[in-house]
Design a binder for this molecule. Structure first.
Ligand code: PMP
Length: 451
């Protein structure tokens, strides 16, 4: 690991914070007004996570660029932490939204003619044949886990140590030695998640088998590459082994492709030809309009629909009045069929690959022994080399101050990184000129650290 002078880093952080305050007076004023009637001074407390002294207030965003109320125009490689991976307000999606608004009927508790197109497209990409819609990826995961327990008549789920699948109660666990424990900071859990869940390290088939062997596990829920504790890529053969082991012990496999869709049109499921029982997704597929989707193999979907003990139509715990609404599905249809197309993924992958290639060279030139992990249109700088193979290794590789500095220094140079990681996401609207902008900003931010 490259050692960074901590005193210098502290001084640089203070300078950058001062520079940010001075250059964002309108955002500062609005942020202070927001304190009065908003919990934590923001509409959603995650917005406090940015490394900036206060959240910038957005005026507008289009494609890969975002303009704030102080007139700064940023290159946005956060892209709403994947919610805007299609680029901000892509034209086909905007057109579909306008058409739906004008024809009228945004939410009716009845289908329009978009759902089957979206479901066909998701089936083609991910292989599982029957889909339902929600308003978030969180809900898609929640309903998937309920369905898995109902179908298998088993009580437990397996997730990866340091996973994130949205605000899904069962997933808020980490390993403490060999024990599964509630994740630090878990807010008011209804039950101790250690009673519902077994955590296992990513890339460890032995630990997975030990967790499955007593046949108490309804489903293994995982991202095919971890992306929420830094990106952790699967070892070769790991995911295939996971599917095989789970099926051997009668557990279902659910792959959460919400972030890993960056790997290609069908995420890593499509790219590696995996055969999960369920796939969950959200964020990007609505082009910015809230939507989640969960897909099951046909046989499982038929079984849950036929299950007389499962109330899918009213108060059985699976629902959402606005789920499957006309606006979400119109947006998803346009986004999937016209924006996040196969060709777009090819181009996004190529732009991202160029970014990674040059970023690696830039880091080496500055003497940083770091690594850059690549997952299609998504990549991330890790402050260690080689990159971590498990969630716990990845958590240990974090460097809070360094991370904070990079985010803040880049924001001052008009580049927005996702607040949770040093992660860059490429949209169909991200160009090689944007890559240049990003690398220039990064080089400028790193120069005083490298001295
Ligand atoms: N799954 C994964 C892999 C995610 O990264 C996230 C959010 N970061 C979610 C699910 C939940 O998405 P949402 O917050 O939109 O429900």
């Amino acid at each position: 690991m490259t050692l960074v002078d901590r005193d210098r880093l502290g001084a640089l952080l203070a300078d950058e914070a001062e520079r940010f305050r001075a250059s964002h007076p309108v955002s500062a004023q609005l942020a202070s007004r927001r304190g009065e009637h908003l919990v934590g001074g923001v509409p959603m407390t995650w917005m406090r996570r940015w490394a900036t002294p206060f959240a910038i207030t957005v005026e507008r965003a289009k494609g890969s660029e975002l303009v704030d109320v102080d007139g700064h125009r940023y290159l946005d490689v956060c892209l709403g932490d994947t919610g805007a991976m299609a680029g901000h307000s892509p034209e086909p999606t905007a057109r579909a939204i306008r058409a739906r608004l004008e024809s009228g009927g945004l939410t009716t508790m009845l289908p329009t003619d978009d759902a089957e197109v979206v479901a066909d497209e998701l089936t083609r990409r991910f292989g599982v044949e029957r889909w339902q819609f929600t308003l978030s990826a969180t809900d898609a995961n929640r309903f998937m886990l309920r369905t898995a327990r109902q179908l298998t008549k088993r009580p437990l789920v397996v997730v990866m140590d340091w996973c994130y699948h949205g605000t899904v109660d069962e997933s808020f666990v980490v390993l403490d030695g060999a024990l599964t424990r509630s994740r630090p900071g878990n807010v008011g859990p209804a039950v101790d998640p250690a009673t519902t869940t077994r955590a296992v390290p990513f890339n460890d088939l032995g630990a997975l088998e030990a967790a499955l062997a007593d046949r108490q596990v309804a489903a293994v829920l995982t991202e095919p590459a971890l992306t929420n504790i830094g990106i952790v890529l699967p070892d070769e053969g790991y995911l295939e082994g996971l599917v095989e082991l789970a099926h051997h012990y009668g557990s279902l496999v659910v792959l959460d492709e919400t972030h890993t869709i960056s790997a290609g049109p069908g995420g890593l499921t499509g790219k590696l030809g995996l055969r999960p029982d369920g796939v969950t997704i959200g964020k990007a597929i609505g082009g910015g309009v809230p939507i989640g989707a969960w897909g099951l193999r046909a046989e499982l979907a038929d079984a849950i629909v036929a299950d007389r003990d499962a109330d899918l139509e009213d108060t059985g715990g699976i629902g959402g009045t606005l789920a499957g609404n006309a606006l979400s599905l119109a947006a998803a249809r346009a986004t999937l069929t016209e924006v996040l197309t196969e060709r777009a993924f090819d181009e996004m992958g190529a732009v991202s690959h160029e970014l990674v290639r040059r970023e690696r060279a830039l880091l080496a030139d500055h003497g940083f022994d770091w690594s850059v992990v690549e997952l299609g249109a998504r990549s991330e700088v890790r402050f260690v080399s080689p990159p971590p193979r498990t969630g716990a290794d990845s958590a240990r590789a974090a460097d809070v101050d360094l991370d904070r500095y990079l985010h803040l220094a880049l924001a001052n140079r008009e580049v927005l990184l996702t607040p949770f990681h040093a992660m860059t996401l490429v949209a169909p609207t991200t160009t090689l000129a944007h890559v240049e902008t990003y690398l220039d900003a990064l080089a400028d931010a790193l120069a005083p650290l490298a001295r």
